[in-house]
Design a protein around this ligand. Sequence first.
Ligand SMILES: [Fe+2]
Ligand SMILES: [Fe+2]
Length: 231
Amino acid sequence: MTTPVGRLVAERPGRSEVFERFGIDYCCQGRTPLGEACSARGLDEDAVMLALAEADAQPVSPDEPDYGSMTTAQLIDHIVQVHHGFLWQELAPLSVLAHRVAAAHKDAHPELTKLAQAYDFLREDIEAHMKKEEEMLFPALRELSSGRTLPHFFQGDLHVPLLVLEGDHERVEQSLRFFRTTTGGYVAPADACEAWRALLVRLHRMERDLHRHVHLENEILHQRARELTRR
Ligand SMILES: [Fe+2]
Ligand SMILES: [Fe+2]
């Protein structure tokens, strides 16, 4: 199938669960055709298609927003309230937990120190990134979508700012891949204490939330921004 994986999720958000399960990146690599994404991971495309068909047969949850029918302002509100809200709340306490777990187990598990350091890198990176979105891109898109012009400092064009933000998203994805490899797919080893298990559960939840978040921005919001500036 040649449909890009990001578009498949934009059409039916429930399909993201299938891609999570098969380890297919539908956010930063969202423009990759499904067939190509499957062969890159050594997956049987028919098995993935079957799982997608099963996901499509499930009734759409009433809690699942219909992103396509949202206005740009509503989509931004959703991203800020749901995804940025989650990160602003979770990033700092999870750092404390990552360092506490690393300090307790560093002798037997030195990889936990690397994990805590990588987490701090992600945190710093994503906090700066969200500020750029909340203070610059999102207000500019609200202006544009209500028929006004871009603030002066964009010089009439969003092409470069969008590429910069998408580059930030790729770095976030690299950090998430490092977390996944370092934790063996967020699986707790037999000697893991409760705090370590909680860290893995919360990191895994952050991974899934970030995938949704980046997908909404790359595939839906940024595409709308490009259309708005082409007018
Ligand atoms: Fe964001
Ligand atoms: Fe973003």
